[in-house]
Design a protein around this ligand. Structure first.
Ligand SMILES: [Zn+2]
Length: 234
């Protein structure tokens, strides 16, 4: 049996973090094998109630108790070692952030609504404000998500996106490039383009490996994406 996850390699190569997105975990046994493979206990995860907004939840102290979900938010940032922050997606983009200088991290759930509301911009600003992050020191990975070819939306929505992010985020037949709209937010905030990687895998094309809300609707499960700062001895 192969690995039940993919890694945010550009972040993990630093040795500072663990950053992964699960594959399909259809059974309890799959979920257990996934957590075993990444050496995590599921109860180590903290997460928020995702509402497709732009609110960022800052964790600057290790929570002693975890009433989950922590709050309503679509991004989390922290500088706490070993705290596992997670988002759940099926087509939306899980975005991983690592500031290699201050050793702070973030994770974002970015669908079209959050993207339109600039949730990625908000997450970077929040790291600047709370941890003194310089975006020039950030590495970012946009994880497995629906790719432009499979993401046709209404003319109205494509027009709105064009007004907001420019013509390069849509095609003439109204296919949206959500990844590009988030990369634009990162680059505008000062993250170097070459520090950003994007998974080419498409959730809608590969329902054998991942979940796609667009393809599977209510039957779709959710991929879990998580990041944590590793302790020095790890
Ligand atoms: Zn596709």
């Amino acid at each position: 049996m192969g690995f039940l996850y993919s890694n945010a390699l550009n972040l993990e190569e630093t040795g500072l973090v663990q950053a992964v997105t699960s594959r399909r975990l259809d059974s309890k046994a799959d979920r257990k094998r996934f957590y075993d493979q990444i050496r995590l206990r599921p109860e180590q995860l903290v997460y928020c109630r995702q509402v497709h907004g732009n609110k960022v939840w800052v964790i600057s102290r290790y929570p002693e108790t975890y009433p989950l979900p922590l709050t309503e938010a679509d991004a989390m940032v922290t500088d706490q070692i070993d705290l596992v922050i997670a988002v759940f997606t099926a087509d939306c983009i899980p975005i991983f952030i690592l500031d290699t200088q201050t050793c702070s991290i973030g994770i974002i759930h970015a669908g079209w609504r959050g993207t339109y509301k600039l949730v990625t911009t908000e997450a970077i600003q929040s790291m600047q404000e709370h941890f003194g992050t310089d975006p020039a020191n950030c590495l970012v990975h946009l994880g497995v998500s629906i790719q432009q070819n499979c993401y046709q939306v209404s003319q109205d929505l494509a027009d709105q996106f064009e007004r907001h992010f420019g013509p390069e985020v849509r095609t003439i037949d109204n296919k949206l490039n959500l990844q590009a709209a988030n990369v634009q937010q990162l680059v505008n905030a000062g993250v170097p383009f070459e520090s950003i990687s994007i998974s080419p895998l498409c959730t809608a094309c590969r329902t054998d490996l991942f979940y796609s809300f667009r393809m599977e609707r209510e039957r779709a499960g959710r991929l879990v994406s998580l990041i944590r700062l590793l302790p020095d001895f790890d």
